[in-house]
Structures are given as C-alpha cells and as structure tokens.
Design a protein around this ligand. Structure first.
Ligand code: SAM
Length: 258
C-alpha cells in the first residue's frame, strides 16, 4: 500500500470540514462557536512569542490557515506572507486581512515548495510541522528565507497531551506506544513530537526556548479547569509545566529558535 501523504490527506480532511462546519473552520468570525477558544489558544502562544515579532517586521506565516497569527501581525504593522495549500483557508485569510491592503500577501502552496519571496525577519509555523510530508525539508527552506538575526516561532502536536484531549482521534493508541504517527486515510495525518523529538528535528537550529504548552484549552485538563480567562490560563499553564508528573502532558510543544 502506498505510504500515506500528510499534506494531501489533511487537505482532503480540510475540504470536508469546510463543507460540513464552515463556522468552525472560519473561527475568526466573531459568531463562530470556537472564536474565543481559538484566540485564547493563540494568546497562550503569543505570551512567549509576541516580543520576538518586532512591529513592522516582515513575517512568513507558514501553514497560516485563515490568518489567526497573520491578522495579529498585521495589526502590529507587519507585512505578512501567508503560505498555505488550502484555498478555502486562504480566501478566509484574505477576507480577515482585507483592511490591511497590500501588507498581506497570500500564496497557495505547501511549505515544502515555498514561493519565491524576499527574506523575512520572523517565521511563524504554528501547528504546521506535524502535518507536512517532509518537515526537515521545510526547515531547510525556512533557514534559507530567514534573514540573519531572524527567528522561527513554531509548534507541533505533542503525543501524550494530544492523546488525552477531548477531541483525541480513536485509533491513536497504537501510535502512542509506537512512532507517534496517526494516519487516517482521506481524513488526517499527524506526526506528533515529544520535546526530545522536536529538539532533534531542530538539530541545525539554536533553540532559545522550547516548552510544553496548551495543557488546558483543547488539552487534557480542559475538563477539570473549566472556562478561564487569559491571566488564570497562563497561571495554570505555568503550574502544569512546573509539575514533576504533569509537565509532559501539554497538548503541544512550542519553540523559539534561530
Ligand atoms: C492546525 S492548522 C494551523 C493553522 C495556523 N497556523 C493557526 O495556528 O491558526 C494547520 C495548517 O497547515 C496547513 N498545511 C497542511 N499541510 C501543509 C503544508 N504541507 N504546507 C503548508 N501548510 C500546510 C493546513 O492547510 C492548515 O491551515
């Protein structure tokens, strides 16, 4: 049987999700049922990433989806090149970024074949490298595109926290004890990384910070923490991260690398 391909599989899954629940996919619309959740999730990342995005910077938002981070960067005066192979996500990103005119440029492409763009100061790859066919190749492209002194802000799904989340996919259990890869034909393909594996993937990079994150929102402890605002959320995140047993149960691993 042919090896499942991450990008193609995920694009099939995305097309179905756009057809079945567009209000969930386009969560930057304030009436979306997951609008608040998705922005809070973004703000948890930004609690560490934001200071690494200089106002007015040139940013590549790789696998940028509907523009969750791109819109934040645009509000900060940045110019954003948003690359994603999903045309529906790109159309939504253009709607959400329309007020910023030419400072948002969208490119329909996979990160393995980035368009020919000028070098950038910042690359954001939030929840991308776990969904691509060739993450090492994507990182090589990133290296070439990043200006000297530039920074990579990235995250991937982490195996334990992901498996314990409310929306964990059935069938991941064998992967949990094996290679950490979940492949559901025609639906999704995810390669999870624990902190050590993510470090290994980034072996050619200087890591300023790498941490487990998202224990609460969409993570394994969502049920026991209830609805929380950002300050309380960040406090809880820090407590989980400092705990001797719970620390590795974040849903994602995030990094700041150069
Ligand atoms: C979990 S979403 C994250 C979106 C966005 N980064 C965010 O945090 O809101 C993953 C995104 O990666 C995109 N994607 C999947 N395969 C890709 C590839 N090979 N290259 C670039 N983007 C890809 C998907 O279309 C989707 O928009």
């Amino acid at each position: 049987m042919a090896e499942p391909r991450a990008t193609r599989t995920n694009l099939q899954g995305a097309a179905e999700a756009w057809a079945e629940c567009p209000e969930v996919m386009d969560f930057l619309v304030p009436t979306s049922p997951v609008h608040r959740l998705k922005l809070l999730e973004r703000d948890v990342y930004l609690s560490r990433w934001a200071t690494r995005v200089p106002p007015g910077a040139r940013v590549l938002d790789a696998g940028g989806g509907i523009g969750r981070f791109a819109t934040w960067c645009l509000d900060r005066g940045c110019t954003v090149e948003l690359v994603d192979p999903d045309p529906r996500s790109l159309a939504a990103a253009r709607r959400h970024g329309a007020a910023h005119g030419p400072r948002l440029r969208t490119h329909e492409a996979p990160a393995e074949a980035l368009p020919d763009i000028e070098p950038v100061d910042v690359i954001i790859a939030c929840e991308l490298l776990c969904y691509v066919d060739e993450p090492a190749r994507v990182l090589e492209h990133f290296r070439r595109l990043l200006r000297p002194g530039g920074v990579l802000l990235a995250s991937v799904e982490a195996p334990y926290g992901w498996a314990m989340s409310v929306d964990a996919p059935a069938g991941f259990v064998d992967a949990l004890f094996g290679d950490g890869v979940l492949a559901v034909p025609g639906d999704r393909y995810v390669r999870t990384y624990d902190a050590a594996a993510f470090r290994e993937l980034l072996t050619d990079w200087t890591i300023d910070d790498l941490w487990y994150t998202h224990y609460v929102l969409s993570g394994p402890f969502e049920g026991v923490t209830g609805e929380v605002e950002l300050p309380r959320l960040l406090e809880l995140e820090a407590r989980f991260r400092a705990h001797p047993v719970l620390a590795e149960l974040g849903r994602a691993v995030a990094v700041i690398a150069r």
